[in-house]
Design a protein around this ligand. Structure first.
Ligand code: FAD
Length: 425
C-alpha cells in the first residue's frame, strides 16, 4: 500500500478548479496564511479561461441583460443573427431559466444587479494589476483599452449617448468619428468598409493570452508554496472533520474547508450536495486567424451590430462570438462563428484560420447576472465561487479577494450579500 494512502496529505483549504476564478481565490487564501491545495482534472486555465476575448472589462458597469425592446426580441426570435443563436429543441429545457433572466432584467432589477457588481467591476483592473506585478506577467497585458465600431449612423448616435451617460460611473471614453477610428485601425480601410464611428473604452486592460495569464498566476501560487494536483472533483467526499479528494495518482488529500470554483462544471458538486442553484450555460466560440502582412489589428474591437469581438492575441487574431443557447454537451455547431466570420471579413482583412476547428467554451450564468460567492448555507466548511458569466476573466481576482475575506471572517471590501447562494434557496 503506498505511503500516501496510509497518511493522507492534509491542508487547510482545497480549491476545486484551476480556472482564473479558482487560481485567483487560491492566491488570496494563501495570502491570508492558509495552506491551500488547488485541484483540477486538467491544466490551469484550460477551461473557459483559455478561450475568452481577453478583456478585463472595467467599463462593463451594466451587466448583460435579457433584451426587453420588441425589435431586439423579434430579431433574436428569427434565430439568424450572429450575436445570439439558439437550438430550438433546447429552448423548452431552459424556458424557466430564461423567464427568470427576463424578470431580473427589468430596469429596477438591473439597477440592483449593477449596484451590487459595481464595487467588483471598479476594483477589477487594480486587483489584476497586483497579481500581474507579482507574477511578472506584464508582457501579456495591453493598456490601450478596446473599441466598439458602427456602420449604422443611428446605432452610432445611440452608442455616443450611452458612452456619455456612462460617464456618471467615472469611465474614461472617447467617441470616435469614422475617420478617427480608421486612423487608429487603418487595416479596416483596406476593405473599403464604411465605418461611421466608434467608442474607445480606455479603462479596460486586455490580455494577449488568457490561459497564459492564468498559468502565470498559478505559478505565483506554487512559487509561494501552494500545491496543484491533478484530480477529478467527483471524488470529493464529506468526512467527519472536513473533506477529502483522491488525486489521479491515488493520493488522498484531506482539507478542513473546500471551495467550489469549477466554472461551468460547478453543478457537479453543488447539485450532489443538495443545492438547486439555477445555473445555465451560454455557449461561445472562438477561432484564430492569421494576420495579413502590413495589416495589423492594434486593439480588440467589437462589432456591436453583428455581435462579435476581434482581438489581437498571441496565436493570431481571435474572433469570439456572442451567445449560443444549446445543450452544454451538444457537439459544436459552426453556424454562429461562420456568420461572425462573414461579417468580420467584409470589414477587416483577416488571414486564413489558424486552427482546423473552432473552440467552444461554456459561460456559467445565474439569472440575476451575479456570480455566487460565499458560504454554502447547509455545510459549515463549504464555499462557492462560480457563475461569472461574461466577466470571469475580469472578476477572477476581485472575487478571490471577496471570498478570502469572508472565509477569514474579515471585513469585506464590498457587500458580499448580493452574491450569497442564499438568494436562490
Ligand atoms: C467566447 C467567450 C468570450 C469571453 N470573453 C470574456 C472577456 O473578454 N472578459 C471576461 O472577463 N470574461 C470573458 N468570458 C467569460 C470568462 O471566460 C469566464 O467567465 C471565465 O473563464 C470563468 O472562469 P472559471 O475559472 O470560473 O471557469 P473555468 O475557466 O472553466 O475553470 C474551471 C476549471 O474547473 C476544471 N474542472 C471542471 N470539471 C472538473 C472536474 N470534474 N474535476 C476537476 N476539475 C474540473 C476545469 O478543468 C477548469 O480548469 C468569455 C467567455 C467566452 C466563452
Amino acid at each position: 500500500m503506498p505511503f500516501s494512502q496510509v497518511y493522507p496529505m492534509k491542508t487547510d483549504i482545497l480549491v476545486l478548479g484551476a480556472g482564473i476564478v479558482g487560481v485567483s481565490a487560491a492566491i488570496h487564501l494563501q495570502g491570508r496564511g492558509r495552506s491551500v491545495v488547488l485541484a483540477d482534472r486538467g491544466e490551469p486555465g484550460g477551461g473557459t479561461s483559455y478561450g475568452n476575448a481577453g478583456l478585463i472589462e472595467r467599463s462593463s458597469v451594466i451587466p448583460y441583460a435579457f433584451p426587453r425592446q420588441l425589435g431586439a426580441i423579434v430579431k433574436y426570435a428569427l434565430n439568424n443573427s450572429s450575436d445570439v443563436r439558439y437550438d430550438p429543441a433546447y429552448l423548452p429545457r431552459i424556458a424557466s431559466w430564461l423567464a427568470r433572466y427576463w424578470w431580473h432584467s427589468s430596469p429596477s432589477n438591473l439597477e440592483k444587479a449593477t449596484r451590487a457588481l459595481l464595487p467588483l467591476i471598479e476594483a477589477s483592473v487594480s486587483e489584476h494589476d497586483k497579481l500581474i506585478g507579482r507574477a511578472g506577467a506584464a508582457d501579456l497585458i495591453r493598456e490601450r483599452g478596446w473599441m466598439s465600431f458602427y456602420k449604422d449612423p443611428r446605432r452610432f448616435e445611440a452608442a455616443r449617448a450611452e458612452a456619455e451617460s456612462l460617464s456618471a460611473y467615472g469611465l474614461a471614453t472617447r467617441v470616435l468619428e469614422g475617420r478617427e477610428f480608421l486612423a487608429l485601425e487603418p487595416a479596416f480601410a483596406a476593405t473599403g468598409s464604411r465605418i461611421v464611428g466608434g467608442v474607445h473604452w480606455l479603462d479596460p486592460k486586455t490580455v494577449t493570452d488568457p490561459q497564459a495569464l492564468t498559468v502565470a498566476y498559478a505559478n505565483l501560487f506554487t512559487t509561494a508554496g501552494g500545491k496543484i494536483v491533478r484530480a477529478d472533483a467527483s471524488t470529493l467526499r464529506e468526512e467527519k472533520n472536513g473533506w477529502s479528494i483522491t488525486t489521479a495518482e491515488g493520493e488522498v488529500i484531506e482539507a478542513a474547508e473546500v471551495v467550489v470554483a469549477l466554472g461551468p462544471q460547478s453543478g457537479l458538486i453543488f447539485r450532489k450536495l443538495g443545492y438547486p442553484l439555477p445555473m445555465a450555460i451560454k455557449r461561445g466560440y472562438h477561432r484564430h486567424y492569421a494576420q495579413r502582412e502590413g495589416q495589423p489589428l492594434g486593439h480588440p474591437v467589437v462589432d456591436e451590430e453583428a455581435g462579435y469581438v476581434l482581438a489581437p492575441m498571441a496565436r493570431g487574431i481571435r474572433l469570439t462570438t456572442g451567445i449560443e443557447f444549446a445543450s452544454p454537451d451538444a457537439p459544436p455547431n459552426t453556424i454562429q462563428i461562420s456568420r461572425a466570420e462573414d461579417h468580420a471579413r467584409a470589414l477587416f482583412p483577416l488571414g486564413e484560420p489558424v486552427e482546423a476547428t473552432p473552440w467552444l467554451g461554456l459561460r456559467p450564468c445565474l439569472p440575476d447576472m451575479r456570480p455566487v460567492i460565499g458560504p454554502a448555507p447547509r455545510h459549515r466548511s463549504l464555499w462557492f465561487n462560480f457563475g461569472h458569466a461574461h466577466h470571469g476573466l475580469t472578476l477572477g481576482p476581485v472575487s478571490g479577494r471577496l471570498l478570502a475575506e469572508q472565509m477569514a471572517g474579515n471585513d469585506t471590501f464590498a457587500d458580499p450579500r448580493p452574491f450569497h447562494p442564499h438568494r436562490f434557496l
